[in-house]
Design a protein around this ligand. Structure first.
Ligand code: MG
Length: 378
């Protein structure tokens, strides 16, 4: 058998030592366990839906804005670079990154918040837990099991946060939230690769949309510093190129800081295995200085982009679509496709409706809303 783990550090997630799958399967011959996970994720239906789900801007607002799909690919790419630098398992990071947003509702975070409110008497809705639900239960691809039957390590990485209540129902996967233990370094790393990706691509999308201006961005120290470095190296470089150069330097600075800080912490804690990692403190971190700067950037994006009045208009409209669909289906479950109808169990019916709505792309949700409510269409 091929050795997929030869180049990895002792503290990495080794394919040969995976904690396995919920339904045991023979080891894949020419791929590692995590390559197999990645391939299953890419072939899934939920993965293709990411193309039409909002990151910040609605999918149809412009062809060049990030979608959940391009976001996930950027996370995977940054994550692989980080993993290789720290001799962690790139395949596991890639699989986790490509799956991390599979449970996202249409319309970005507002979709999740509204669905959570709608579901408050029926067990709530968490997009992170929904990503796990997609890969564990909802995908219909295989004869022998529901879901994709991914390895423990990929599922551990997908489940970034989880309420204690839900953790108690998840068995061994939920245990770490009860014990306050860490996941693999690959999971910790993917989480921060996610942050590096969105902090940078949201600047690009924000400027492209005209909701943010270059002058405004100068308020953010992390941006201004790299913008000035670009100006010094290429005086008078025109707009878009100067922006891309700036973002390129920012990503490089963040990844370099993360690798340096994490490598020092790993050296210090000296974990000898993934079990040591799980029992120890978080090791994948930014330096305090970089953490302060990324926090300032996030605050800026929150105030000036995510809460921009034009984004608010989208949010309010989107929340209406989600809420009205949920209420209509709860009131008249016969409106649902037959597979989603449940007789005589309101908890199960609500969950099915949440699954149905969460699985919708932005445009499907808008169309479905028209089909249900428009009097022009019968
Ligand atoms: Mg993400």
């Amino acid at each position: 058998m091929m050795d997929f783990d030869a180049h990895l550090a002792a503290y990495a997630a080794h394919s040969s030592k995976s904690r396995g799958r919920r339904y045991p399967e023979p080891a894949p011959g020419s791929r590692s366990e995590f390559q197999r996970d990645r391939d299953r994720i890419i072939h899934s239906t939920a993965f293709r839906r990411l193309e039409y789900k909002t990151q910040v801007f609605l999918n149809h607002e412009g062809d060049l804005f990030r979608t959940r799909l391009t976001h996930s690919i950027e996370v995977a790419q940054i994550g692989r670079t980080l993993a290789r630098s720290l001799r962690l398992n790139e395949d596991l990071v890639e699989a986790t990154a490509l799956a991390h947003d599979l449970g996202h509702t249409p319309f970005g975070h507002v979709g999740q918040d509204v669905l959570n409110e709608c579901m408050k008497d029926y067990g709530g809705f968490e997009h992170n837990l929904q990503s796990l639900r997609v890969v564990d239960h909802l995908e219909e691809h295989y004869g022998a099991f529901d879901g994709l039957n991914l390895s423990f390590e990929t599922r551990e990485g997908i489940l970034k946060h989880c309420s204690l209540n839900n953790a108690r129902q998840l068995g061994e996967l939920g245990q770490r939230f009860i014990d306050k233990a860490q996941p693999s370094l690959e999971a910790q790393l993917t989480n921060l690769a996610d942050e590096i990706a969105y902090n940078n691509h949201d600047i690009d999308d924000g400027l492209r949309s005209g909701l943010l201006t270059m002058a405004q961005m100068e308020e953010v120290e992390l941006f201004a510093r790299h913008r000035h470095a670009v100006e010094a190296q290429y005086p008078g470089l025109p707009g878009r190129r100067a922006l891309y150069e700036t973002i390129r330097l920012m990503i490089t600075a963040m990844t370099a800081d993360l690798v340096e800080t994490s490598a020092a912490r790993i050296l210090d804690a000296a974990p000898k295995s993934i079990d040591d990692v799980r029992a120890g403190p978080p090791l994948i971190r930014f330096s305090d200085e970089m953490r302060a700067q990324t926090t300032a950037l996030k605050r800026f994006l929150h105030a000036n982009l995510y809460r921009h009045f034009q984004v608010n208009r989208m949010r309010v409209k989107a929340s209406r679509v989600v809420r009205e669909l949920f209420d209509a289906f709860m009131q008249d479950p016969v409106l649902l496709p037959t597979d989603y109808q449940v007789q005589g169990d309101v908890m199960k019916q609500a969950r099915k409706i949440a699954d149905y709505i969460a699985g919708m792309t932005d445009r499907y949700a808008i169309r479905e809303h028209k089909r249900i409510f428009s009097l022009d269409q019968f």
